[in-house]
Ligand binder design. Structure first.
Ligand code: LLP
Length: 423
């Protein structure tokens, strides 16, 4: 499942002792396993081999160029949501014909750049956006492909902040309006409506929600057929859940087994946009224990990483396992409840609350597990903290894939206006 395992009570990433990396590169430090990353991508590809899907890895999950390159090299396409992600995708060498572009708020400049780059298609999220893409394509004298993102109004049974396919969410177009667009408004001069797209949410552990959404869309496609409108692509989005704690998510094969029968005889080309499934368990965040603080009510393990490095616990109350890099090996060791917290001036700055932790002392290293997805990519410079270093391990070698920021980086784009200088 992943390549972070204990050997002789030391946590290893593939064949590299993680503590050696922490000492060499400092902490907080993201460590990724190249093997786990590729393994997850290949598992999905194999599971869906019958339909040869285009797997467009969702860049937002982890947008480091090395991560993108590793996947692009294996034939992955990319799912992007901004001009910045387009820039990264092209920089990583992704063929533009394998890029799909979602987002409810694409700007004119972003649309123009994506058309010029020749992406596979836009996932459009509203009629005004379609009109705008058509206008821009016309100006550029190009015909561009679009897929309509549908809002299938299904319950994905996940955290409300990462639910995207309910009718009250801002994403996609409801089926009735999409039908009207396709029947009455589809004669855009510079658009080719070639597909439909859904993405119902993230960290979904039950296949039934995916099945319900895809069934709705396939019924919809059959209704369109009666009106002689044919759809080439169905992009089923991402959202596959992973194990953080004791979840029992569907495997790639179980997921495929549920989904593939729905595609029989449809002739549809399948696109998928997994992010977390591919990179989530391929990364950890390593932090160092600065202080142990006991108060009348609590014990705090204060570490040198914070919510600026990994915001998921603060934002979603997300659970991440926390393991010491050196296990004590004693299965009967006493555990003690503690909060694992960072140095940031916010009470939401925690990685774990009331967690049964083994004895740890100042200077020990801890690994916050399953931090590969939405970890570094959601990190910030809050409290003027430099963003962490990132390292990729492949077998027995480690490669820096992003240097730790310097203090200079923090103020690189700032300027003090002259009127403030001549005091
Ligand atoms: N496609 C679209 C259009 C998306 O919006 C997303 C994620 C994905 C694909 C990839 O979803 P995945 O396979 O990774 O579940 N920050 C949150 C997750 C937000 C997901 C946003 N959209 C978290 O840390 O849990």
């Amino acid at each position: 499942m992943h390549d972070f395992k204990y050997k002789n009570n030391h946590l290893y990433c593939e064949q590299v002792k993680v503590e050696d990396l922490a000492v060499k590169y400092g902490t907080p430090l993201y460590v990724y396993s190249h093997h786990t990353l590729i393994d997850h991508y290949i598992k999905l590809r194999k599971a869906f081999v019958q339909v040869f899907p285009l797997i467009c890895y969702s860049v937002k999950a982890n947008s480091n160029l090395a991560i993108l390159k590793a996947l692009v090299k294996r034939g992955a396409g990319l799912d992007i949501v901004s001009g910045g992600e387009l820039f990264r995708a092209l920089k990583a060498g992704c063929p533009p014909g394998k890029i799909v572009y979602a987002s409810v708020g694409k700007t004119d400049k972003e649309i123009e750049d994506a058309i010029k780059a020749g992406i596979l298609f836009f996932n459009v999220e509203s009629l005004p956006e379609m009109e705008n893409i058509n206008r821009i394509a016309k100006k550029l004298n190009k015909v561009t492909n679009v897929a309509i993102r549908l809002n299938p109004d299904v319950e994905p049974k996940t955290h409300k902040f990462i639910t995207t396919g309910k009718i009250t969410n801002k994403f996609g177009i409801d089926l009735k309006s999409a039908y009207n667009i396709l029947i009455y408004h589809s004669n855009f001069s510079n658009l080719k409506i070639c597909g439909l797209h859904i993405h119902i949410g993230s960290q979904i552990t039950e296949g039934s929600s995916f099945v319900a959404a895809i069934k709705k869309v396939i019924t919809f496609i059959n209704e369109l057929k009666k009106e002689e409108i044919s759809i080439q692509y169905l992009n089923i989005g991402g959202g596959l859940g992973i194990i953080y704690d004791n979840e029992t998510p569907q495997t790639a094969f179980a997921y495929a087994k549920k989904i593939l029968p729905l595609f029989k005889k449809t002739g549809l080309k399948v696109i998928m946009e997994p992010g977390r499934f591919i990179v989530g368990n391929a990364g950890i965040l390593v932090v160092n224990v600065l202080y142990i603080k006991s108060t009348p009510k609590k014990k705090f393990i204060i570490v040198d990483g914070g919510m600026n490095d990994l915001i998921r616990p603060a934002l979603y109350g997300a659970y991440h396992k926390i393991l010491p890099l050196r296990a004590n090996g004693d299965k009967k060791q006493a555990l003690e409840k503690a909060d694992v917290v960072g140095p940031i001036c916010e009470s939401a700055d925690f990685f774990a609350k009331e967690r049964e932790m083994p004895a740890v002392k100042e200077g020990d290293y801890l690994a916050v597990m399953s931090a590969g997805a939405y970890g570094f990519s959601m990190s910030s410079n809050y409290n003027s903290r430099r963003r962490a270093e990132e390292v990729m391990v492949s077998s027995a070698k480690a490669f820096v894939i992003r240097k730790r920021e310097s203090y200079g980086d923090l103020v690189r784009n700032e300027a003090i206006p002259a009127f403030l200088l001549d005091l």
